[in-house]
Design a protein. Sequence first.
Length: 362
Amino acid sequence: MDIANILTPDGWVRGHLHPHDGRIQAIEGTPCNPQDNDLPYLLPGFIDLHVHGGGGSDIMQGGEAFATIARTHLRFGTTSLLATTMTAPREELADVLGQLGEHLQQPRQGARILGVHLEGPYINPGKLGAQPNFAHQALLEEVEQYLALAPIKVITIAPEIAGHLPLIQALSQRGIRLQIGHTLGSYEEGVAALEAGASSFTHLYNAMSPLHHREPGIVGAALAHARYAELIPDLLHVHPGAMRVALRAIPCLYCVTDSTAAAGMPDGEYRLGSHTVTKCLGGVRLPDGTLAGSTLTMDQALRNLVKIGLPLAEASARLSRFPADYLGITDRGRLQAGAWADAVLLDRQLNLTAVMVEGETA
């Protein structure tokens, strides 16, 4: 790529990035202040840990949907993602996970799919949000069956359901990230889940018991104790003021799209798991008006974070480095020698002009 303001772990560098065999061979240049020039910005590629769909396709459709979704999000700067499931009957989930496991053995098509975010079925049926009503208690035997089918990296779970705390402990010890979400749990139950090994919160504020000064709820547990939590910065799911609260309280808050099949598509009806949802007025909703995922893309997420006042370098970290750190990945989400050559080039108005994934310019 041409000369640019390159965001490295050590700060901004005015220079060139040199990829080789998919990884960054070197970054040549000198330290700079991007405000002193009019060069474009080169940032780490975006990492989205909550993707249900895009380009008209939904993860739960299986088959060609995976490649369509990966290619769609690559167009908007996402260089790696987690394929995120919906709550569904056991047989359907197993089928989709089996197909995903096979797909991940094939050559990459679009963004790199790092694994699976299992959002449900281990959630509270009283806090489904847009999830279909197939929630049930988690059993280790069932999770083991799913783990044999695909690399599950993240599981959303409601900690107040009987038997879930010991499961959180058992799975977290195996390196799986357990996220608190779709829950009616109390503050105390949220804290207990964190102590058992839960490590993040799914779409913070949404589909969880809210903060009240005498009943802090799950939101209170997150704001008081979390190091990591995901948040949807589409300026629709969460008010900018509440975003600022979370940004001040949670050191490594990272952003996701929670995108649906409607992402990158015109207004109309789309599939979200077993639901039909409607995209209009910038959002996606069920027939009763409930928000049902989003149409957000990560390049717009970056612009939204800058719009509410974040410095560009911090906004980038919350879309790249922090989600990589959360998964324990040290060679993505940062531009440095030896890391995967995943990068996005943006003009001075933060419009995406080029994407590189594993050294290939898309």
